[in-house]
Design a protein around this ligand. Sequence first.
Ligand code: AGP
Length: 615
Amino acid sequence: MCGIIGYIGKQKASPILINGLLRLEYRGYDSAGISTIEPEGLVVMKDKGRVKNLYNLKGIKDLKGTIGIAHTRWATHGKPSKENAHPHQDNSKMFSVVHNGIIENYNELRILLENNGYKFYSETDTEVIPNLIHYYFSKDTIEENNKTKFLRAVRNACLDLQGSFAIEVISSLFPENMIVVRKDSPLVIGTSDDEKYISSDIPAILSYTRNFYFLNDLEFAILTSNSVEFYDTNLNKITKSVQNIEWNASAAEKDGFDDFMLKEIYEQPTAIRETIGSRISTDYSCDIEGLNFDKNYLNTINMIYIVACGTAMHVGLSAKYAFENLCKIPTQVDIASEFRYRNPIINEKTLCIFISQSGETADTIAALKLAKKHGAKTIAITNVIGSSITREADYSLYTHAGPEIAVASTKAYTSQLILINILIIYFAQILGSCNDSLLLDLKKEILELPKKLEETLKCDTQVKSFAQKIYQEKDIFFLGRGIDVATAQEGSLKLKEISYIHSESYPAGELKHGPIALIENGITVISILTDSKLVEKTISNIQEVITRGAKTFVVTSQKMNYNMFDEVVKIPETNTFLSPILSIVPLQLLSYYISKGKGLDVDKPRNLAKSVTVE
Ligand code: AGP
């Protein structure tokens, strides 16, 4: 949540910062602000609303400073307003700070500072940070006025903070420097010879550099335009090496599409092709680089937990079927925010798989830490190299979907699905837990899927015209059986988040136990039917809603009498375990076109942010 950007170099900072904020807006868009070091001292400009409001502020184009920090906010403490927007300053206006995360003990710190004469002008938790830095800076009696003293003040302030933070600090006293630090909140440093770029997200600065430093929790970086020094919590110098990121800058552009979401829907064949990579080769061998599990170890696993949030959790719901059927290992899927507080039974025989596109989701990371504490082996599935989750997990498996910018996750979802299915095949192969011909069939199907996904995307026009008929509806239902329940849930989530239409998803057989009371004349019911063993049963359930006047939209790979439904989208047939990779596509497009029909901002839906780095 919230986006942070920073620049230190030879160019005017403000255009680079604004450009970065525009790219980061998907992380939060309640208010935005910037602070640069000008000849007269620190200047702060901020406003409520989108980055374009900030850009239009009088005087912003006159800023000349070559060092600056900026922020786009997703409000936690305090309503979206100019006063609550970042950057925040200490009372003497010596330090400007932007912060991402939540300071849990801010009230206590605020009282301490108030007792020492500090005044507060916002409702935010962040405002304690610059004042705390000033407090430690002014109390520091060591006779020096150099960057070490600046660093010491930032370090001392950070040691008082409980919660999560990624922070950038600049000071009028140190016009050559910027200090950045993170704890449980993402922050990367992009580097080129005489320029440094700081961001909460790699894509925002990809057009400037592909060379990045990654900070661990409570590591401090003090930057000039041509140097970065790293320090641990005790302020001992540490060394870090630059990592090169393969994503290219155009991957973070819309490339002629109206919205990132549509572009990312269309990128799915490439994204899954890249994710398959050499994990399944043309001779149908399956290997996962970085994993070295053997049969003895896999036989000891008595429970697999798949833990994630939102769309990533729906990947787990699909994968559960395959893990249990193909590997014969009991598998449980948990919402991360619940998992961490329900005392799950975890021990060294437990394998926990954490799925997160961003690799920064606070609940997922906390659940991962809990699993490790209890001795479980942990695997992270993520899209972002160097993200926090990869530093915590025993093993990290990467999807290669490229940057996903739209808040609504699409290509990350299908890439996660393909990767987890490859993992399942890898396990089943070692365990010998299912027959070879089924495994071979699955591998062949996986290699066919990019083409089948391209084929599936041809439903675009059909789905668009159906969306035009239903975009003004108030409630929409999603039904499925077996693995299609997971797709129904994901379809329903997608619709809610970008169209704001209320929607429910149910296992089709559960409908008659309550929700069918909500079915009335004209309501739209969307059903997914990909499992030949369950298709007849689901059709019977659809008949029940047709009888009660529902309009029906069906996504299916199966042959049936299509005439009984209002709209049928036919998708290519594949193995049932892999079918969610195709069946979700018409539902992604449906949500997209409904949102467009309503004139909404598809990529930045209200109240949401791309990566949820707070609990
Ligand atoms: C997806 O469309 C959502 N925006 C959301 O549910 C998301 O999947 C969830 O917040 C988890 O994010 P992560 O994959 O980055 O951990």
